[in-house]
Design a protein around this ligand. Sequence first.
Ligand code: ADP
Length: 210
Amino acid sequence: LLFICPYSFICLYLYSSSNNLHKKDSNRMLFPRKIVFLEELLKRIPLYITLKEPTIMMEKTLVILKPCTLQRGLVGEITNRFERKGLRLAGMKMVQLTDEVLSEHYAHLSAKPFFQRVKDSMMACPVIVCCFEGVDAIEAVRALTGPTNGRKAAPGTIRGDYSMSFQENIVHASDSPEAAEVELKRFFKPEEIFDYKQATFDFLYANDEY
Ligand code: ADP
Protein backbone atom coordinates (compact mmCIF):
# COMPACT_ATOMS: atom_id res chain seq x y z
CA LEU A 1 0.00 0.00 0.00
CA LEU A 2 2.85 2.36 0.89
CA PHE A 3 4.22 1.97 -2.59
CA ILE A 4 0.85 2.13 -4.31
CA CYS A 5 -0.31 5.26 -2.52
CA PRO A 6 2.20 8.10 -2.87
CA TYR A 7 0.18 10.24 -0.48
CA SER A 8 0.77 7.80 2.42
CA PHE A 9 4.41 7.69 1.49
CA ILE A 10 4.75 11.49 1.70
CA CYS A 11 2.82 11.61 5.00
CA LEU A 12 5.03 8.90 6.46
CA TYR A 13 8.10 10.75 5.26
CA LEU A 14 6.97 14.00 6.92
CA TYR A 15 6.02 12.17 10.12
CA SER A 16 9.31 10.35 10.19
CA SER A 17 11.27 13.55 9.57
CA SER A 18 9.59 15.17 12.54
CA ASN A 19 9.94 12.36 15.09
CA ASN A 20 12.82 10.80 16.98
CA LEU A 21 14.02 8.60 14.17
CA HIS A 22 16.80 10.97 13.21
CA LYS A 23 17.53 12.73 16.50
CA LYS A 24 20.99 11.29 16.67
CA ASP A 25 21.55 12.26 13.03
CA SER A 26 20.27 15.80 13.24
CA ASN A 27 23.52 17.16 11.80
CA ARG A 28 23.25 14.94 8.70
CA MET A 29 22.62 16.31 5.21
CA LEU A 30 19.17 15.78 3.62
CA PHE A 31 20.24 12.90 1.35
CA PRO A 32 21.68 10.62 4.10
CA ARG A 33 18.57 11.29 6.24
CA LYS A 34 16.39 10.03 3.40
CA ILE A 35 18.43 6.86 3.25
CA VAL A 36 18.08 6.32 7.01
CA PHE A 37 14.34 6.83 6.68
CA LEU A 38 14.06 4.35 3.81
CA GLU A 39 16.03 1.80 5.79
CA GLU A 40 13.63 2.19 8.71
CA LEU A 41 10.65 1.96 6.41
CA LEU A 42 11.88 -1.22 4.76
CA LYS A 43 12.49 -2.77 8.19
CA ARG A 44 8.88 -2.09 9.17
CA ILE A 45 7.18 -3.47 6.04
CA PRO A 46 7.69 -7.19 6.90
CA LEU A 47 6.34 -6.52 10.42
CA TYR A 48 3.27 -4.81 8.93
CA ILE A 49 2.67 -7.71 6.52
CA THR A 50 3.10 -10.29 9.33
CA LEU A 51 0.57 -8.51 11.54
CA LYS A 52 -1.96 -8.21 8.73
CA GLU A 53 -1.59 -11.73 7.30
CA PRO A 54 -5.01 -13.46 7.56
CA THR A 55 -3.77 -17.07 7.68
CA ILE A 56 -6.36 -18.54 10.03
CA MET A 57 -10.10 -18.25 9.54
CA MET A 58 -13.06 -18.95 11.83
CA GLU A 59 -15.60 -20.33 9.35
CA LYS A 60 -19.18 -21.53 9.26
CA THR A 61 -20.25 -24.36 6.96
CA LEU A 62 -23.43 -26.18 5.98
CA VAL A 63 -23.97 -29.86 6.71
CA ILE A 64 -27.15 -31.70 5.69
CA LEU A 65 -27.97 -35.02 7.33
CA LYS A 66 -29.58 -36.76 4.36
CA PRO A 67 -32.83 -38.82 4.45
CA CYS A 68 -30.79 -42.07 4.58
CA THR A 69 -29.30 -40.87 7.89
CA LEU A 70 -32.73 -40.23 9.41
CA GLN A 71 -34.12 -43.53 8.07
CA ARG A 72 -31.22 -45.45 9.56
CA GLY A 73 -31.52 -43.71 12.94
CA LEU A 74 -28.03 -42.20 12.73
CA VAL A 75 -28.79 -38.52 13.42
CA GLY A 76 -27.32 -38.50 16.94
CA GLU A 77 -24.27 -40.55 15.96
CA ILE A 78 -23.38 -38.41 12.92
CA THR A 79 -23.97 -35.12 14.74
CA ASN A 80 -21.72 -36.45 17.48
CA ARG A 81 -18.89 -37.06 14.97
CA PHE A 82 -18.80 -33.34 14.17
CA GLU A 83 -19.14 -32.32 17.82
CA ARG A 84 -16.37 -34.69 18.91
CA LYS A 85 -14.07 -33.14 16.30
CA GLY A 86 -14.53 -29.80 18.08
CA LEU A 87 -16.94 -28.07 15.71
CA ARG A 88 -19.48 -25.78 17.32
CA LEU A 89 -23.12 -26.34 16.39
CA ALA A 90 -24.34 -22.86 15.43
CA GLY A 91 -27.69 -23.84 13.88
CA MET A 92 -29.87 -26.93 13.39
CA LYS A 93 -33.37 -27.65 12.09
CA MET A 94 -35.51 -30.27 10.35
CA VAL A 95 -36.81 -29.39 6.88
CA GLN A 96 -38.63 -31.14 4.06
CA LEU A 97 -36.65 -30.28 0.91
CA THR A 98 -38.47 -29.45 -2.33
CA ASP A 99 -37.63 -30.10 -5.96
CA GLU A 100 -37.20 -26.35 -6.46
CA VAL A 101 -34.62 -25.90 -3.69
CA LEU A 102 -32.77 -29.06 -4.71
CA SER A 103 -32.62 -28.01 -8.38
CA GLU A 104 -30.78 -24.90 -7.16
CA HIS A 105 -28.66 -26.75 -4.60
CA TYR A 106 -27.57 -29.46 -7.05
CA ALA A 107 -27.51 -27.23 -10.18
CA HIS A 108 -23.96 -28.43 -10.93
CA LEU A 109 -25.41 -31.94 -11.46
CA SER A 110 -28.30 -30.89 -13.74
CA ALA A 111 -26.76 -32.52 -16.84
CA LYS A 112 -26.13 -35.85 -15.06
CA PRO A 113 -28.41 -38.82 -15.76
CA PHE A 114 -28.93 -39.32 -12.00
CA PHE A 115 -29.97 -35.71 -11.30
CA GLN A 116 -33.68 -36.44 -10.68
CA ARG A 117 -32.88 -39.62 -8.76
CA VAL A 118 -30.58 -37.70 -6.38
CA LYS A 119 -33.27 -35.04 -5.86
CA ASP A 120 -35.92 -37.71 -5.20
CA SER A 121 -33.62 -39.36 -2.68
CA MET A 122 -33.14 -36.02 -0.90
CA MET A 123 -36.95 -35.59 -0.70
CA ALA A 124 -37.67 -39.12 0.61
CA CYS A 125 -38.26 -37.71 4.10
CA PRO A 126 -37.18 -34.58 6.03
CA VAL A 127 -33.49 -33.80 6.46
CA ILE A 128 -31.57 -32.07 9.26
CA VAL A 129 -29.71 -28.96 8.17
CA CYS A 130 -26.83 -27.92 10.41
CA CYS A 131 -24.42 -25.02 10.59
CA PHE A 132 -21.07 -25.95 12.14
CA GLU A 133 -18.37 -23.45 13.03
CA GLY A 134 -14.63 -23.75 13.64
CA VAL A 135 -11.21 -22.65 12.43
CA ASP A 136 -10.93 -23.75 8.77
CA ALA A 137 -14.26 -25.56 9.33
CA ILE A 138 -15.08 -25.96 5.62
CA GLU A 139 -11.97 -28.00 4.88
CA ALA A 140 -12.07 -29.86 8.21
CA VAL A 141 -15.70 -30.91 7.69
CA ARG A 142 -15.03 -32.07 4.11
CA ALA A 143 -12.06 -34.14 5.33
CA LEU A 144 -14.18 -35.70 8.06
CA THR A 145 -16.98 -36.40 5.56
CA GLY A 146 -14.77 -38.19 3.02
CA PRO A 147 -15.17 -38.53 -0.77
CA THR A 148 -18.59 -38.84 -2.45
CA ASN A 149 -18.59 -42.60 -3.00
CA GLY A 150 -19.04 -44.24 0.41
CA ARG A 151 -17.52 -47.51 -0.83
CA LYS A 152 -14.27 -45.71 -1.66
CA ALA A 153 -14.21 -43.44 1.41
CA ALA A 154 -11.50 -44.29 3.93
CA PRO A 155 -12.45 -45.87 7.24
CA GLY A 156 -12.50 -43.15 9.87
CA THR A 157 -14.36 -40.73 7.63
CA ILE A 158 -18.14 -40.47 8.09
CA ARG A 159 -18.93 -41.82 4.62
CA GLY A 160 -16.22 -44.46 5.02
CA ASP A 161 -17.70 -45.66 8.30
CA TYR A 162 -21.43 -45.46 7.50
CA SER A 163 -21.99 -45.68 3.72
CA MET A 164 -21.80 -48.30 0.96
CA SER A 165 -23.24 -45.98 -1.70
CA PHE A 166 -22.39 -43.19 -4.13
CA GLN A 167 -25.79 -41.59 -3.59
CA GLU A 168 -26.90 -42.61 -0.09
CA ASN A 169 -23.80 -41.12 1.48
CA ILE A 170 -25.12 -39.81 4.84
CA VAL A 171 -24.23 -36.10 4.61
CA HIS A 172 -23.87 -33.12 2.36
CA ALA A 173 -21.06 -30.66 3.26
CA SER A 174 -20.19 -27.33 1.58
CA ASP A 175 -17.03 -27.67 -0.49
CA SER A 176 -15.67 -24.08 -0.51
CA PRO A 177 -16.07 -20.75 1.34
CA GLU A 178 -18.16 -19.42 -1.58
CA ALA A 179 -20.45 -22.46 -1.51
CA ALA A 180 -20.78 -22.32 2.29
CA GLU A 181 -21.91 -18.69 2.16
CA VAL A 182 -24.53 -19.34 -0.55
CA GLU A 183 -25.74 -22.62 0.97
CA LEU A 184 -26.09 -21.29 4.53
CA LYS A 185 -28.22 -18.44 3.17
CA ARG A 186 -30.27 -20.98 1.20
CA PHE A 187 -31.23 -22.99 4.28
CA PHE A 188 -31.01 -20.59 7.26
CA LYS A 189 -32.44 -17.20 8.12
CA PRO A 190 -29.85 -14.98 9.89
CA GLU A 191 -31.68 -15.33 13.23
CA GLU A 192 -31.44 -19.13 13.02
CA ILE A 193 -27.62 -19.03 13.33
CA PHE A 194 -26.41 -18.53 16.90
CA ASP A 195 -23.08 -16.98 17.95
CA TYR A 196 -22.62 -18.24 21.50
CA LYS A 197 -19.26 -19.12 23.10
CA GLN A 198 -18.81 -22.77 24.02
CA ALA A 199 -17.34 -23.46 27.47
CA THR A 200 -14.74 -25.75 25.86
CA PHE A 201 -13.48 -23.11 23.40
CA ASP A 202 -10.24 -22.22 25.24
CA PHE A 203 -9.32 -25.91 25.29
CA LEU A 204 -9.98 -26.50 21.58
CA TYR A 205 -7.46 -24.01 20.18
CA ALA A 206 -4.22 -22.29 21.15
CA ASN A 207 -4.81 -18.54 21.45
CA ASP A 208 -2.92 -17.78 18.21
CA GLU A 209 -5.12 -20.14 16.18
CA TYR A 210 -8.26 -18.05 15.84
P1 ADP B 1 -20.47 -34.24 -2.73
O1 ADP B 1 -21.78 -34.51 -2.01
O2 ADP B 1 -19.39 -35.20 -2.27
O3 ADP B 1 -20.04 -32.81 -2.68
P2 ADP B 1 -21.38 -33.87 -5.50
O4 ADP B 1 -21.66 -32.45 -5.20
O5 ADP B 1 -20.60 -34.21 -6.72
O6 ADP B 1 -20.67 -34.63 -4.28
O7 ADP B 1 -22.76 -34.65 -5.64
C1 ADP B 1 -23.87 -34.34 -4.83
C2 ADP B 1 -24.57 -35.63 -4.44
O8 ADP B 1 -25.09 -36.26 -5.62
C3 ADP B 1 -23.67 -36.66 -3.81
O9 ADP B 1 -23.49 -36.46 -2.43
C4 ADP B 1 -24.42 -37.95 -4.11
O10 ADP B 1 -25.49 -38.14 -3.21
C5 ADP B 1 -24.97 -37.68 -5.48
N1 ADP B 1 -24.09 -38.19 -6.53
C6 ADP B 1 -22.97 -37.58 -7.04
N2 ADP B 1 -22.39 -38.35 -7.98
C7 ADP B 1 -23.15 -39.47 -8.07
C8 ADP B 1 -23.10 -40.67 -8.85
N3 ADP B 1 -22.13 -40.87 -9.75
N4 ADP B 1 -24.05 -41.61 -8.64
C9 ADP B 1 -25.02 -41.42 -7.75
N5 ADP B 1 -25.16 -40.34 -6.98
C10 ADP B 1 -24.23 -39.37 -7.13
